[in-house]
Design a protein around this ligand. Structure first.
Ligand SMILES: [Zn+2]
Length: 153
């Protein structure tokens, strides 16, 4: 054997997957391969020492799941929200009164403005349009009633 066998080959020999007298003849006079062989042998011995006959009970995952309680994420989120709100109020009471005076007033003002604009728009529409709209609705209702009657029959 001219070339040194690689680590995988030595591993295969130690595992009993590969055999051959030429490997051991090489091992007798090659210090580099002797070192590698001993290192692999030591790791195999260590792995064997760590192995155990104890096995996990078959129902172990089911028992662990049964012991685990569901996490109340919604409750925690709610508690955090309340805590944050309280801390904001405690830190700066001014922001709370500002929100009431400016925020609520602005929203009420916006709603009143929208309502007034709707009333103005309704008043601007020509009464003829209202009559036409009512006529269209009446025609649609008649059409639907005829359709429903056809389905019932
Ligand atoms: Zn060698």
């Amino acid at each position: 054997m001219k070339k040194c066998p690689d680590q995988i080959t030595w591993q295969s020999i130690l595992d009993g997957e590969e055999s051959g007298i030429e490997y051991f003849q090489h091992l007798e006079h090659c210090s580099q391969c002797q070192k590698m062989y001993l290192e692999i042998q030591e790791s195999i011995d260590l792995a064997m020492a760590l192995s155990t006959d104890i096995t996990m009970p078959k129902d172990f995952p089911q028992r662990m799941i049964a012991k685990t309680k569901p996490f109340p994420a919604g409750l925690l989120a709610g508690a955090l929200f309340i805590l944050l709100t309280i801390s904001v109020i405690m830190l700066d009471t001014g922001i709370f009164s500002w929100w009431i005076t400016v925020g609520v007033t602005a929203y009420c003002g916006l709603l009143i403005d929208i309502l007034l604009e709707v009333i103005k728009a309704v008043q601007r529409i020509n009464p003829t349009w209202w009559l036409m709209l009512a006529a269209v609705m009446a025609v649609m209702e008649i059409f639907l009633l005829i359709k429903l009657q056809t389905i019932e029959e």
